[in-house]
Every structure is written in C-alpha cells, then in structure tokens.
Design a protein around this ligand. Structure first.
Ligand code: GAR
Length: 216
C-alpha cells in the first residue's frame, strides 16, 4: 500500500508544495492523505485545496487547551490514516500525548543547523552570531522542543550582505530538496527511529544526521 503522509502546516506551505511536486514527478512514492492547518487563512490551505487534497482546518483557539486541540488533530489524522506525520511549518508546540501517539512516525523540519537555534527567529540569530554557515534540519519529534534525533541536515553559506530574507530564501531552497528526500526514505521503509537512534537501511546515522548539501 502506498505510504500515507499527513502534513501539518500553519503558513505559506512551500514545503508542502515541494512534497507534492516530488510526488507528481514520481520521486516520492507516497500520497498525502490529509493536510491539517491550524490557520484557515494559511496559504498552505490554498496549496492543498488546489491539489485537491483533503484539508482539515483545526483552529487551536477553539479548544480549551493544548491536549484537547491535539486530540482533535489525532482523530482527524487517524481517520485518514498516516504512516508518517510531517510537520511542515506547523507553528504549535505539540503535547506529550500527541508526540507519544506518533512516536517514530513524526518528523519536523527546522530552519537551522540543529542543535543550533531551536525555537524561533533562527535566521536572525544566525546572522547576529556572525555564523559562516546556516541551514536546515530534519528530525524525529520527541518531547524536547526541536531536540529530537536528527535525520538529515543541509547547510548553506551565510554571505556578507545577507538579510533575513535572502538567507531564509537560500535555506528554504534546501528545505525543498531535503524534506521530499527524507520522506522518500520513509516511504521506501528505509528510515526508522529505534531505541539506538535513527537508522537508515539498518545502519545508525551519526548524531548530526546525514549531511546533504546542495550540489556545487
Ligand atoms: C520553514 O522554513 C520551516 O523550516 C519553518 O517554517 C517554515 C515554513 O515554511 N519551521 C519552523 O520554524 C518550525 N519551528 P512553509 O510554510 O513555506 O513550508
């Protein structure tokens, strides 16, 4: 059966678009069973609708607490089926119950070279620190915010005249390559989270994940 992806978004949906483009191109053997957005106005909702995908808008403000919001998401996601739940710019912190429910099938993309800069404003922080390189990371989600076991990272150079805009654009180009690739590993049954850590083809990955930089 085709690998089913549930994709959770809050914003522009460019990673969702990249995932869909790779599926269409035959480079990602998966189907998107559901797109969940906590914001009705998110551009990613339009991306999903344009692609004819099932969309659930679940507004966190309509729930008394995080656990109730997460329970509503679990109900919808499980009703559609998900072999992997992909956070693609989903900007809510998930409850321990949600993380546990999808343990080993919950993946996040983060716009920094983790463990550097968990949390928000990663591009500004990399610029502020004068870093020579920056990038993005994919990791399995655990209770530790942006701290779960790393799967893959891609780095980009920071240029002297970079702004948050130019730097984030360069990082996002890498995100759009990296996420479909990692999801392909999942779809092909090659990528697992085990008690020993992250394994690709049965071999443990280094603690920093696989380094996959842009071709020169
Ligand atoms: C991406 O750059 C992703 O790395 C980041 O949000 C952006 C979403 O863009 N995620 C986080 O900051 C998670 N903490 P998109 O909606 O265009 O895919």
């Amino acid at each position: 059966m085709t690998h089913r992806l549930a994709v959770l978004i809050s914003g522009a949906g460019t990673n969702l678009q990249a995932i869909l483009d790779h599926i269409t191109a035959g480079e990602l053997p998966a189907t998107v069973s559901l797109v969940v957005s906590n914001r009705a106005a998110a551009n990613g909702v339009a991306v999903a609708r344009q692609a004819g995908l099932p969309v659930a808008v679940i507004d966190h403000r309509e729930y008394p607490d995080r656990a109730a919001f997460d329970a509503a998401m679990i109900e919808r996601i499980d009703a559609h089926g998900a072999d992997t739940v992909a956070l693609a710019g989903f900007m809510r912190i998930l409850s321990p119950g949600f993380v546990r429910h999808y343990q080993g099938r919950l993946i996040n993309i983060h716009p920094s070279l983790l463990p550097l800069y968990p949390g928000l404003n990663t591009h500004a922080r990399a610029l502020e620190a004068g870093d020579a390189e920056h990038g993005c990371s994919l990791h399995f989600v655990t209770d530790q915010l942006d701290g779960g076991p790393l799967i893959a990272r891609a780095s980009v150079p920071v240029l002297t005249n970079d702004s948050v805009e130019t730097l984030s654009k360069r990082v996002q180009q890498q995100e759009h390559r990296l996420y479909p690739r990692v999801l392909r590993w999942r779809a092909e049954g090659r990528l697992q989270l085990t008690d020993q850590g992250v394994e690709l083809d049965g071999e443990p990955l280094p603690a920093t994940g696989m380094q996959i930089d842009a071709p020169a």
